[in-house]
Design a protein. Structure first.
Length: 99
């Protein structure tokens, strides 16, 4: 069964910042980042348990080309994937998980 998804305000901000940064470098790079992220979210929604639990029931799915990780939780009762962070892998990992 395909799960629906929601993106936290924090993850939405991280997404906007990343897309704008890539678009500033190249419109094609911005489009490619957006496409790859959407494909990863689609994959997560199709197979939410594919990626392992890491910390406090969070799961992590790395993008293939871009240095980002999608951090999410699963609400099995409501068949919902909650994306909590779109984290740049070069940043301090202390900020990877919401408090």
């Amino acid at each position: 069964m395909t799960y629906n998804f929601t993106i936290s305000p924090r993850a939405a901000t991280q997404y906007r910042e990343a897309v704008l940064w890539y678009i500033d470098k190249s419109i094609l790079a911005g489009r490619n980042f957006d496409f790859e992220l959407n494909e990863k979210i689609r994959e997560i929604c199709l197979h939410p348990t594919l990626y392992r639990n890491t910390v406090k029931k969070f799961r992590e799915a790395n993008l293939r080309v871009f240095p980002f990780t999608v951090v999410y939780k699963i609400d099995e009762k409501n068949h919902l994937v909650i994306i909590t962070s779109i984290f740049h892998n070069k940043r301090n990992p202390i900020g990877k998980y919401p408090v």
